[in-house]
Design a binder for this molecule. Sequence first.
Ligand code: GUN
Length: 293
Amino acid sequence: MQLIDGKAVAAEIKREIAKEVEEIAGKGGKIPHLAAILVGHDGGSETYVAHKVKACGECGFKSTLIRFEDDVTEERLLQEVKRLNEDPDIDGFIVQLPLPRHISEQRVIETIDYRKDVDGFHPINVGRMSIGLPCFVSATPAGIMELLRRYNIRTEGKRCVVLGRSNIVGKPVATLMMQKGNPGNATVTVCHSRSEGLKDICREADIIIAALGSPEFVTADMVKEGAVIIDVGTTRVPSDKTKSGFKLTGDVKFDEVAPRCSYITPVPGGVGPMTIVSLMRNTLLAGKKEIYG
Ligand code: GUN
């Protein structure tokens, strides 16, 4: 069994990005600038946004954090999105999700200029990805594909089971795994909460991508000997063993599944760090105007 060290790969990619930013700066080019909008004080969102801002520093990017209280109106938030759309110094920006219930996430996403949508959530980016055109690919699926690429894990012709059908992970990663390319060219099955015979389907899989948000859902009896396991779960489970009072828990019962696998991602330190680095990669592409000119 080989552990897929997302933390180490992410550090390597950040160094590659920082080197490129130095070269851009050396030639007098524009330093990429990412803005993040954070609404409210949700613990998970605070942590994710803090990591994104820190990663910008490590890559040599400019970053701007814009905060609103959770009683901000949708109108005010949309006004800020439109302001960022127009700001020539901002190359890309994100609105951290989830948003308070009185705000339509879809309306916010669709208001973002797709050319600055480094999260890849806008329907234009989602649509372009699904037909294989250049676009901003959302960060978690892009991070998973990059891990498979860097570990030279063969996906062509393999049976890949994706657990979960969310718009930000399950659906896009299924699309990328089935697309022509390397990694890609897999035979993909998407399972979800209504799937019948889910365990049997998993047992046939050469690659399982678990993105359900259901802690320790994947057990050893669901995994074929030698399978590749990508664990996207990051549920904060209360714990009295950590300083923070919670433990980040994946969708895979790691201790019993790991001995059966050829490769497995740990939680934390697997897909998570790659997600942030994919956002950095998208920001670099946005700064260089590489996708949409
Ligand atoms: N909430 C959970 N993951 C994400 C993400 O990738 N981007 C944004 N904007 N919000 C999230």
